[in-house]
Ligand binder design. Structure first.
Ligand SMILES: *Cc1c(COP(=O)(O)O)cnc(C)c1O
Length: 389
């Protein structure tokens, strides 16, 4: 039987968990035009302002002129064009790995990767807070799947010790957690994986372009050799475009080209998007001041909000989640901020655990100090009105 569509949505509404689309009538930027108004946006993962950057747009427009709009076929048929190949080379150089394979989105990268990495005799151990695309991918895999406590090397070690002998094991975590903004203890996990002969896979969707001295991601931040960790990521956040990738060895790339259904049975991404992503990587390499501005903004906003008395996660990134606990409070606060000209989304279950609903602010290098001061003044006022501080 089909579910009752209307009743399901009504039930969610009663629990303050209904989700609705909002039309943003402007490019991804620090100002969002919504419902005829202009709001300061703290809602985008466009950390470095590259989604609407003139040089990146220009690269896409030029590539459309040269290569057209659609790729016309899957990568293995006639869909692989020079911009696709160039992007994979650029990403491999940027990530300091042997080879990169790109996919249509970050979501499908996880779906296309994890099920072919490990067979039914193996074991997958994933952090409890992993992104929905990782959890879906782990469920899709035939291997046994267990979760470990968030960022808890001791619990991971307990599970590794309990394994059957010679059981192939994949450990899955994120570099920067998307809803908490905290970092996984990668050096501890890398050491455990080496000791217990497991493979470590990290999803660095929010780390790439943000973490590490050169923006190469969370492994660079921790000084870990990229060869010791299998990485995937997305081109849709700091890189400002669209698509996903796996960064690893040349033999893994060849294997995925031959086995990964989410790579094989889908049309190649538009060549102009690949060209734009290459231009974005170039921009990150050439303008480290962008990353500096991102961190200056992030540190300023976080310090001020903390001193006001708001409760946060253990964030160490430009993702700043204010914990308000109930979904009702989160929705109300988001709505009040919206009315006052600030766009901050409310994040509620099932995206985050029950009792930890939050306002999730994301900072960009392109926010001006003036914008951030306005955000601070408004959040302080709304927080006081709602007796949160
Ligand atoms: C956003 C995100 C993805 C999905 O990437 P898309 O390119 O948006 O499909 C995967 N994993 C994590 C941790 C994410 O935050």
């Amino acid at each position: 039987m089909f579910p009752d569509f209307e009743q399901t949505v009504k039930n969610l509404e009663a629990l303050h968990l209904r989700r609705q689309l909002r039309i943003v009538e402007s490019p991804a930027d620090t100002i969002a035009a919504i419902a005829g108004r202009e709001l300061i946006s703290m809602a985008s993962n466009n950390y470095l302002g590259l989604a609407n950057h003139p040089a990146i747009k220009h690269a896409a427009i030029e590539a459309i002129e040269q290569w057209g709009v659609g790729a016309g076929a899957a990568r293995l048929l006639s869909g692989t064009m020079p911009p696709h190949q160039q992007l994979e080379e650029d990403l491999a150089r940027f990530k300091h790995v042997e080879a990169v394979l790109t996919f249509g989105t970050g979501y499908t990268t996880n779906i296309g990767l994890i099920p072919v990495l490990i067979d039914q005799d193996g074991l997958i151990l994933a952090d409890r807070y992993c992104h929905a695309s990782l959890i879906e991918a782990c469920r899709l895999a035939k291997a046994k799947f267990r979760v470990f406590h968030h960022n808890d090397p001791e619990h991971l070690e307990t599970l590794l010790k309990k394994r059957k002998k010679d059981c192939q094991t994949l450990v899955v975590t994120e570099g920067v957690f998307s809803m908490d903004g905290d970092l996984s203890p990668l050096p501890d996990f890398a050491r455990l994986c080496q000791h217990y002969d497991a493979t470590l896979l990290i999803d660095d969707a929010h780390g790439t372009g943000v973490m590490g001295e050169n923006g190469r991601g969370t492994p660079e931040h921790f000084g870990l050799a990229p060869q010791d960790i299998l990485q995937m990521g997305t081109l849709s956040k700091a890189i400002g475009t669209s698509g996903g990738y796996v960064a690893g060895t040349a033999s893994l790339k060849e294997y995925l080209i031959n086995t990964s259904k989410a790579f094989i049975y889908t049309t190649a991404p538009p060549p102009a998007i690949a060209a734009a992503a290459s231009a974005a990587i170039e921009a990150i390499r050439n303008a480290p001041d962008r990353q500096q501005r991102l961190w200056d903004n992030r540190n300023f906003l976080y310090a001020e909000l903390k001193s006001m008395g708001f409760q946060f996660t253990n964030t160490e990134s430009p993702i700043l989640p204010i914990i308000v606990k109930s979904p009702e409070t989160a929705s109300q606060m988001s709505q009040k901020l919206f009315e006052a000209g600030i766009y901050v989304p409310a994040i509620r279950p099932p995206t985050v655990p029950k009792g930890s609903s939050r306002l999730r602010l994301t900072v960009s290098s392109e926010h001006t100090k003036g914008q951030l001061r306005e955000v601070l003044a408004t959040i302080q006022k709304v927080g006081k009105d709602m007796r949160l501080i």
